[in-house]
Structures are given as structure tokens and as C-alpha cells.
Design a protein around this ligand. Structure first.
Ligand SMILES: [Zn+2]
Ligand SMILES: [Zn+2]
Length: 135
């Protein structure tokens, strides 16, 4: 990760390293805003632009995946293995869903080189479903 920062001409500053550490440690698929709030707590002088640019750099070097499942904002995922996601429209949580079918077997894809794929499921997660019932 430090290498990918250097490759793109970004210095591996403590702030940037902390961003990477945070991304490695969370499964919550945070947005840029969420990463910013977390980093600002440790480095009060950090700017949103620094956080945003670091995320873009990591995305461009292939060290970070950007998810478009949340209609309100881009979310980020450090787990680069192909897997699917469930987005809860109530609590906005993103859950990892393992691939049911490891192989992509679609005729229409035959002549294409598939590098990545992901299925987005959206709806109401089990926690929110339970809460709605109890009311
Ligand atoms: Zn939910
Ligand atoms: Zn994920």
C-alpha cells in the first residue's frame, strides 16, 4: 500500500498510512465522509481533500474498490476478491455476500475478458426487518 502511494507520487504521510490502516480494519464499506470523520479524530488538521485524494489514488492503483451500491454516496471496500453486496436502504449498512457461483458462466460474456464482477442486492436487512416488526 505504501508502494502504491509512492508510485502515484503521493508521500506516505502518517495521515495517509492511517487511512489505509482504517480501511484494512473495517468491514463497514465506509464513504469518503466516514473515513474523513475517523481520520480527523486522530489528525485534526487533515483536510477532506487529502482523504478524498488518497482514496482516489488507492482506487486508481487497484488497491481499493469503489462501490456504487449506495445511491447517496460512493462507498469503499478493501476486500478486492470478487464478492457481492447487500445494501440496506434503512440503516445504509453494506453486507458482504459470498459468491454463490464462483464461475461467471454467461454466454454473452464469452468473448470478453472479465476482470471483476459484483452483484448488488438492495432491500431491508435482517436487523431493520426485525425492528420494524417489533413496533
Ligand atoms: Zn438495515
Ligand atoms: Zn465488500
Amino acid at each position: 500500500m505504501k508502494d502504491s502511494l509512492n508510485k502515484k507520487g503521493l508521500k506516505a504521510t502518517p495521515q495517509r498510512m492511517e487511512i489505509i490502516k482504517y480501511l484494512n480494519s473495517t468491514k463497514s464499506h465506509p464513504s469518503a465522509e466516514e473515513v474523513y470523520v475517523y481520520i480527523k479524530d486522530k489528525f485534526p488538521t487533515v483536510s477532506f481533500a487529502t482523504v478524498y485524494n488518497t482514496l482516489q489514488t488507492l482506487k486508481n492503483t487497484g488497491d481499493l474498490k469503489e462501490l456504487s451500491i449506495d445511491p447517496d454516496r460512493k462507498r469503499f471496500d478493501r476486500d478486492l476478491t470478487p464478492h457481492n453486496h447487500f445494501f440496506c436502504k434503512i440503516c445504509k449498512k453494506i453486507y458482504d455476500i459470498p459468491n454463490i457461483n464462483e464461475k461467471v458462466n454467461i454466454d454473452a460474456l464469452n468473448d470478453h475478458l472479465v476482470e471483476d464482477y459484483s452483484i448488488y442486492y438492495t432491500g431491508i436487512c435482517k436487523d431493520c426487518k426485525k425492528m420494524n416488526k417489533e413496533e
